[in-house]
Design a protein around this ligand. Structure first.
Ligand code: HEC
Length: 117
């Protein structure tokens, strides 16, 4: 019985997150999950790091392809954004969990995620 309750918990948490007020985050989340960089090497990096949070609204991250969410971030300038990924920012751990990414890859990943679709 206890086991069944524990197994259901993640489902409840996900549903709660989807029901949060705050606009079309659930739709933006679904849309973000269908996107990945065209370049295979970048897609590989994206899928094993950034994607884990930037397609999940509950993390509080700007979602992939959600241009309005990225606008205020982009206004800081690309260098600041890359620096913030490297050092970690708010709920984002240092390097966005991509330990072997270089600055050029971070920039390409940010451009990909911030692009409107
Ligand atoms: C563990 C979750 C997580 C991972 C993995 C992650 N991010 Fe983030 N990211 C976040 C969160 C949460 C925020 C919002 C932080 C805030 O505003 O407090 C964020 C914000 C950002 C920002 C905006 C920073 C700013 O100055 O406003 C950029 C750029 C970014 N992420 C890039 C990336 C890139 C590139 C990757 C992959 C290499 C990545 N993130 C991986 C959670 C993550």
């Amino acid at each position: 019985m206890t086991f069944r309750i524990i197994r259901c918990l993640p489902v409840v948490l996900v549903l709660t997150a989807c029901g949060e007020p705050g606009g079309g985050s659930a739709a933006a989340e679904v849309a973000s999950r269908s996107l990945q960089p065209a370049e295979p090497a970048l897609a590989d990096v994206y899928n094993r790091s950034c994607r884990n949070c930037h397609t999940v609204a509950a993390t509080g991250s700007p979602l992939t392809g959600d241009r309005p969410a990225w606008e205020p971030r982009l206004a800081k300038g690309m260098n600041t954004l890359v620096d913030n990924v490297v050092s970690g920012f708010g709920g984002m751990p240092p390097l966005g969990l991509c330990m072997d990414c270089d600055a050029d890859q971070f920039e390409a990943l940010i451009q990909f995620m911030a692009e409107a679709r």
